[in-house]
Design a protein around this ligand. Structure first.
Ligand code: 4AD
Ligand code: MG
Length: 430
């Protein structure tokens, strides 16, 4: 039996067996109060001296925090118990008596200390809530795309060339040659999209991000849909539908976890299409008139995104960035080739970019020219140019960063809690 089923309230007066771990224990008179977690939730269980064998009571006395146990007992409704139910224990078996000094026993540890014990910290109710929401978001991404006719095509992790700029490449030795960890599966879904029409990849991506910020990881997960015969506007429509689908799914299935995190639900309930669209040029004007020192041509930084994002209640698209500030593969705007047909989706409440997307260059000549302008090694992109030689079509796509999305939906201050084992410039352990 699972804790979550007991908390649903349909097992009152029934006999249950629970397998789990001890969170805390206290005793009062002849009663011991245990808080037990089993991965689905936490529940109170009580051992009454006059109701159990002496062995059960003395075993309970020996229990240390995080010991693993199997208990049998009867479910009781009890308003005083957290969650409203408790298990009145009849029998208890110790599977493993944990060592006495649990490193995280004290409540007052800083995040850095907790991160050093991430292998244990992930057991806490706050961390399990975040990671359950993450899993729900990942499932929602897949469900949305699968239900809409997309084919999952996995992209390689070891790659011969860069997608998002050479500055953040991780190099790995490759049999006397070198390879790079993928920064994005995009170039490969641009190939599979010509085989299937609508595709996506979903996997880990890597960037040697040299700056230490609350929203940068060096290893993060991205879902990247790509659509053939799709222009800039249809790409944005797909993004607002997908983000709305994700938020609704979390509100529907992970309400208990959002409540554990004390997440204000009102801003999430407002998420629905359409999202506002502002151009990069308008954005620069808004920033300048608010006193920010930023010139047309510069990429937006976290404080700029935060400022814009706080101006809107829902996620907002910032579109048509200067070509020079963005990646080589983006389609120039036919009305102004200084800017490209791209958009970043900024999450509200100050969060900033969670999606980067664009229409891709489908013309061979323009793409060759761009590869040259960006000083990229031409040979490494020959295979990619073939996609413009045989059956080239206008196509678009985007990448949604899972951790940034979890960070926003859970309303966290730092991205490191959104992934089981975060990797940053200053952390590769545990
Ligand atoms: O904007 P980016 O760099 O876009 C791409 O990689 C495109 N090739 C995607 C595509 O069109 N298929 O990254 C996409 C998203 C960002 O919006 C952000 O959510 C996330 O990936 N991201 C990071 N998340 C955590 N740590 C980092 N260092 C990240 N860099 C990007
Ligand atoms: Mg981006």
């Amino acid at each position: 039996m699972s804790v979550s089923k007991i908390l649903d309230g349909k097992l009152v007066e029934k006999n249950v067996e629970l397998k789990g771990w001890l969170v805390t224990k206290r005793s009062s008179g002849g009663v011991q109060f245990l808080i037990i977690r089993d991965g689905t939730g936490t529940i109170q269980a009580t051992v009454h001296k006059n109701e159990v064998k002496g062995r059960v009571f003395s075993d309970t006395e020996r229990l240390t925090q995080e010991s693993s146990i199997i208990v049998k007992g009867v479910v009781k409704e009890d308003k005083r118990a957290p969650g409203g139910y408790e298990v009145r224990i009849r029998d208890l078996q110790i599977v493993h008596l944990a060592e006495r000094e649990y490193p995280l026993a004290k409540k007052s540890h800083g995040v850095d200390f907790l991160m050093n014990f991430r292998q244990l910290w992930i057991r806490s109710s706050r961390q399990t809530s975040i990671l359950k929401i993450r899993a729900e978001i990942e499932k929602a991404c897949r469900d949305f795309l699968d239900e809409n006719g997309f084919v999952l095509t996995d992209s390689p992790i070891l790659t011969p060339s860069s997608c998002e700029g050479v500055a953040t490449l991780f190099e790995v030795p490759y049999f006397g040659d070198k390879a790079f960890l993928t920064q994005s599966g995009q170039l490969y879904v641009e190939a599979t999209v010509a085989a299937f029409g609508k595709v996506y990849c979903f996997g880990p991506t890597f960037r040697a991000e040299k700056s230490k910020t609350p929203r940068h990881l060096t290893e993060f997960w991205m879902v990247e849909p790509e659509i053939a015969f799709c222009g800039f506007d249809d790409n944005l429509k797909l993004q607002e539908e997908m983000v709305t689908y994700i938020v609704r799914r979390v509100l529907e299935k992970r309400r208990r976890e959002l409540e554990t995190l004390k997440r204000d639900l009102e801003p999430l309930k407002k998420v629905e299409p359409p999202f506002d669209r502002v151009s990069y040029t308008e954005t620069i004007e808004m920033l300048q008139s608010a006193g920010y020192q930023i010139e047309w041509g510069e990429d937006l930084g976290a404080p700029h995104e935060r400022f814009i994002s706080l101006k809107f209640e829902k996620p907002v698209f910032v579109h048509r960035y200067p070509a020079k500030a963005k990646a080589f593969y983006m389609q120039p705007d036919p009305e102004n080739p200084e800017v490209v047909l791209c958009a970043d989706l900024l999450a509200p409440e100050g969060y900033g970019e969670i999606i980067g997307g664009s229409e891709r260059i489908h013309d061979l000549k323009i793409l060759k020219q761009k590869i040259k302008e960006f000083n990229l090694p031409k040979e490494a992109y020959e295979w990619y140019l073939d996609l413009r030689r045989y059956g080239s079509v206008p196509h678009s796509g985007f990448g949604l960063g899972i951790e940034r999305t979890v960070m926003w939906i859970c309303k966290l201050k730092h991205v490191r809690e959104t992934i089981p084992f975060p990797r940053t410039i200053s952390r590769i352990n545990p």
